[in-house]
Design a protein around this ligand. Structure first.
Ligand code: F58
Length: 963
């Protein structure tokens, strides 16, 4: 037998096994799989959805040899880095050439389906006319609009649906291919995904932006205006949710077999409006115009239980625990395609939505109690109604815990359903599955997996826990004590009684280990315990994560260091190998290319005409070298300045539209946009604005001529219950009102609060900045990610030695940013001194700023008086006073340096080109290599002819060679 035939035979044998496993699981450990809840009766909001999970009987895939992924390492390059200089997606194909679906191994036994296969052989065409037809067809046939009603809203919907069609092909191919190859899979669990608009992102990643731009031009519309019609899906608060969005983009770009899992909230983060200088919150019902991107999966639903009781029962002669009763809610999957950049791979973001498990009680309905009949229905759907709007604080509400468990349970059940089809022994589970917890909010997923393994599959605790620990990893995003999740034991007992028992069990075995390691050390036990012995007792979710995960990582070097030395010091002493760092990153596709197209084009032009830097950001390092060699700095700088002016003009227009204020792009644009929080110190920036105002006001007209003209922008939401943060917004607006209406000062200085800061406005604001504020008290900002976006788009940081600022400074050079303030060790020392009664020095210039507030110079600012007094009295935990003078000095340096535009511009360009490290592709590569141990799984390229698709042994061979 030739190698080729052996190969075919082996594959076929394997396939038999796989087919058998679909019908009857044979492995002993899997003797009783949990019942899959299939329900097809949920109110249908979409047309018949295409199925991903269900394997149609007639298109049976042949599974790649089922060998633990780890063992495969011998055969191929371990953790292959993304191919450098990957050719452009359609390179090698003629423009507008008909392309065919790639060569998969199908078992086309049902000849009657040949016609269908043939019809689905070809990819949708990419030429202008076909695209135009598909847009108008969707407008008429999907949206049921007449041709006389068409407006930009319809064109957006039609365009999005037409793009989605093209995404779906790649998505289906990717999912089939992953099923066939059966690689180790990554599950990225995050309670928030702050995606931002998707249309441009999809077009850019699919390399279809040019085709669609031209197609729409003939309709008399500019594609930018169509982008503007899309609602922001804002299912996140800030950094954590946005990071998750960047990461799924990078996972797809790196061809990783990965899924994002989260919640599909009906209401995203509230809309912020400013009325009477104050923040008002309005609900964000982001689905008003429908969501063209999502696919509701009626075939992917799971029941999730709450409350109930735990009983002991005998099953298969074994005593076991059964959790029964309570309420059940149905989790239904809503999928969004996540295309990678310049690859045919397309992953899935799966968001769960809650539905009632039973439609409504007919009994109550028949008795005439209609309201009662519908109540349970409503209550079930409350679970995914609204995103909690807290950033770095806890809500502690039962509904929040319900959200967390609902999300976790549905996800774990889904992962297990995918796994159970493989019919492999449980011990191999961690070799095929890796779950990354984006903070502690999905922690209960690890207890859920443990529960199912023990209660439904009767694994021993030790074996089950071993599987759990090997499968899970945990990313921490904060050291702020108020943001660390804790749940009262009482609430757990009611809502999740079985999970509480299991948490006690995990803690019991863990504390046994602690006792052995530190005999008689009660203090260690107390510190390390998962249960805090407070009144009432609390479950420390972060401790549960550390105990039950393989790796724990922080999100910037300084933060990961603090985890080892402070937050998880005692854990680090026990398990040093568990702790690691993965510095955050952001996707250059959205944050450079989409947000700042002029800069993107310029970088491509000077990258020898290639845009491969977008997935290989380190390539930008070559540009300054080339500019040196070819003496091209002056022309490049000129073009760069034009690009920056274009970005600033966009913000000028935005400000006119949203704030009705006229500003001038010749001013320096100084930007601080982020959630409002005391530790981020927007108040300190506002104090400086007061200082600047007072100073300019006191100058003579002659002196004013020397002032660097500046607009200071603020933006960001305050959690609705965070009074101080809301007061800071009010103060900024009150001061801004005076500054902007003062004819002496406003020609030199303006202040603007940009309302409703969100991803789509960030894409306008960030590229327009010349300077950006990253001024958190050292040690408080875990990483920060906007700092990366700002520097990548040509703005310099004024910032502290905190979070990612430190690594940015290392990469771009300390002379390329404006550092100030105490470092993390000094902060600790000063806090000690403050606690010991030492008072901060409030010099005359700071006192004058405080007085402006205390004397209500800008209007009624009584609401800030107590806070200001407390700072003066030593309640300066965040070192606002202590860092103020260093901050002022840095500000003065900025004013001076900005005067030399040539020097400033060069610094910005050099900084941009040194930011390769901060691409989220690098972060994800690090996760893949060092934490997940997962390989890429690249979908084969399209075939050039139909014939290449027929099933023959030669095709099997060619597939075997694929990679
Ligand atoms: C942020 N955390 C960190 N949390 O503050 C920031 O330094 C870091 O760059 C970013 O994560 C990404 O690592 C953050 O955004 C939240 O918003 C939580 C959302 C869920 C509720 C508790 C706060």
């Amino acid at each position: 037998m030739s190698d080729e035939e052996k190969n075919v035979e082996e594959v076929e044998k394997k396939e038999e096994v796989v087919q058998q496993s679909e019908e009857k699981p044979t492995e002993q450990e899997q003797s009783e799989p949990p019942k899959e809840e299939e329900k097809q009766t949920v109110v249908q909001e979409q047309q018949e959805p295409p199925k991903e999970e269900e394997k149609p009987a007639e298109v049976e895939l042949k599974q790649e040899e089922v060998k633990p992924p780890e063992e495969k390492k011998e055969q191929k390059k371990v953790n292959k880095a993304p191919t450098k200089r990957r050719p452009s997606l359609y390179e090698g194909f003629e423009e507008n050439q008909q392309l065919f679906r790639p060569e998969f191994r199908f078992q086309n036994t049902d000849e009657s389906k040949e016609k269908i296969y043939e019809l689905m052989d070809a990819y949708l065409p990419r030429d202008k006319l076909s695209i135009q037809k598909s847009i108008v067809q969707h407008i008429e046939y999907t949206l049921a609009s007449t041709r006389f009603d068409i407006n930009e809203g319809y064109i957006f919907q039609g365009t999005a649906l037409s793009v989605r069609d093209r995404l779906l092909e790649q998505w289906n191919d990717t999912q089939l291919y992953i099923k066939m190859k059966n690689p180790k899979k990554i599950y990225y669990m995050s309670i928030e995904f702050l995606l931002g608009r998707l249309l441009q992102n999809a077009l850019v990643n699919l390399k279809l932006e040019k085709c669609y731009t031209e197609a729409l031009m003939d309709f008399g519309v500019k594609i930018e205006d169509i982008y503007d019609k899309e609602n922001d899906p804002a299912l996140g608060n800030g950094g954590l949710g946005r990071l998750a969005a960047c990461y799924i983009d990078s996972m797809a770009t790196l061809n990783l077999p990965a899924w994002g899992y989260g919640l599909r909230y009906d209401y995203g983060i509230f809309k912020q409006v400013i009325e009477n200088f104050e923040q008002k919150e309005l609900p964000d019902y982001w689905l008003t115009k429908g969501n063209p991107w999502e696919i509701m999966r009626l075939d992917t639903q799971f029941k999730v239980r709450f409350y109930g009781t735990v009983k002991e029962e005998y099953r298969n002669g074994k005593q076991c625990k059964v959790w029964k009763g309570g309420e059940e809610v149905q989790a239904v999957a809503y999928d969004t395609a996540v295309p990678g950049f310049n690859t045919f791979n397309c992953n899935t973001l799966r968001l769960w939505r809650a539905f009632p498990a039973e439609e409504f009680s007919f009994d109550d309905f028949n008795k005439g109690d209609y309201q009662k009949a519908l109540r349970s229905r409503d209550q079930a759907s409350y679970i995914t109604s609204v995103l909690y709007p807290n950033d770095n604080t806890l809500s502690g509400k039962e509904l929040r815990l319900k959200q967390e468990y609902f999300f976790s349970s549905a996800t774990v059940q889904n992962i297990l359903r995918r796994w159970s089809r493989l019919n492999l022994p449980w011990k191999d589970f961690p070799k095929y599955n890796c779950i990354q917890l984006n903070d502690t909010h999905p922690t209960i997923a690890l207890v859920e997996l443990l529960r199912i393994l023990i209660d439904d599959y009767q694994l021993d605790y030790k074996d089950a826990f071993d599987i759990v620990r090997k499968t899970f990893n945990y990313t921490n995003h904060t050291v702020l004590p108020e943001a660390l999740e804790k749940w009262g034991v009482d609430i757990f007992e009611r809502l999740l009684p079985r999970h509480l028992e299991l948490i006690y069990l995990i803690n019991y075995f863990f504390l046994e280990e602690v006792k052995k390691r530190y005999p008689g050390n009660g203090d260690k036990m107390m510190k390390l315990s998962i249960i805090e012995e407070s009144m009432p007792k609390q479950i420390r979710m972060a401790n549960l994560c550390v105990v039950s995960s393989t790796k724990v990582n922080g999100v910037a070097a300084i933060h990961s260091g603090l985890l080892k030395t402070m937050l998880f010091k005692d854990f680090y002493e026990m398990w040093p190998e568990k702790f690691t760092n993965v510095t955050n990153g952001v996707t250059p596709r959205r944050w450079i290319h989409c947000a700042f197209p002029e800069l993107s084009n310029l970088l491509t032009e000077y990258n020898e005409g290639r845009d491969d830097w977008l997935s290989e950001l380190d390539l930008l390092e070559e540009i300054p070298k080339r500019l040196d060699e070819k003496n091209q700095w002056p022309e490049f700088m000129e073009k760069y300045k034009q690009a920056k002016t274009a970005a600033k003009k966009r913000l000028v227009e935005f400000v006119k539209k949203n704030c009705n204020i006229d500003i001038d792009e010749s001013f320096m644009f100084d930007v601080m946009v982020k959630r409002i929080h005391e530790y981020k110190r927007q108040f300190m920036n506002c104090l400086y604005c007061i200082y600047r105002y007072n100073k300019i006001k006191s100058m003579s007209p002659e002196e004013r001529k020397n002032v660097t003209k500046r607009v200071t922008f603020f933006g960001g939401k305050a959690a609705p219950g965070y009074a101080l943060a809301k007061n800071v917004i009010k103060l900024i607006n009150i001061v801004a009102n005076v500054v902007n209406h003062d004819n002496d000062v406003s020609p030199y200085f303006k202040m603007i609060f940009l309302p409703d800061y969100k991803v789509s406005s960030a894409q306008i604001i960030i590229p327009a900045a010349n300077i950006n504020h990253q001024i958190s008290t050292a040690g408080m900002e875990a990483s920060g990610t906007s700092c990366m976006k700002f520097v990548m788009t040509g703005s310099l940081i004024i910032g502290t030695r905190d979070g990612a600022n430190i690594e940015i400074a290392e990469k771009i050079g300390e002379d390329h940013l404006f550092y100030f303030g105490k470092n993390v060790n000094e902060v600790a020392q000063i806090r000690k001194e403050l606690a010991n009664g030492k008072r901060n020095y409030v010099g005359s210039r700071l006192q004058e700023c405080f007085n402006s507030i205390l004397n209500n110079k800008f209007g009624n600012t009584n609401f800030m008086h107590d806070y200001v007094k407390s700072l003066i009295d030593g309640g300066d935990y965040y070192l606002t006073c202590h860092d103020f003078y260093a901050y002022m000095e840095a500000q003065e340096k900025i004013d001076e340096e900005y005067k030399d535009q040539e020097k400033w511009t060069k610094k910005c360009i050099e900084a941009i080109c040194r930011m390769g490290f901060f691409s989220s592709d690098r972060s994800i590569e690090t996760y893949a290599k060092e934490i997940w141990h997962v390989d890429e799984c690249e979908v084969p390229k399209p075939a050039l002819t139909k014939d290449a698709r027929s099933v023959s042994s030669s095709n099997l061979k060619s597939l075997g060679d694929e990679k």
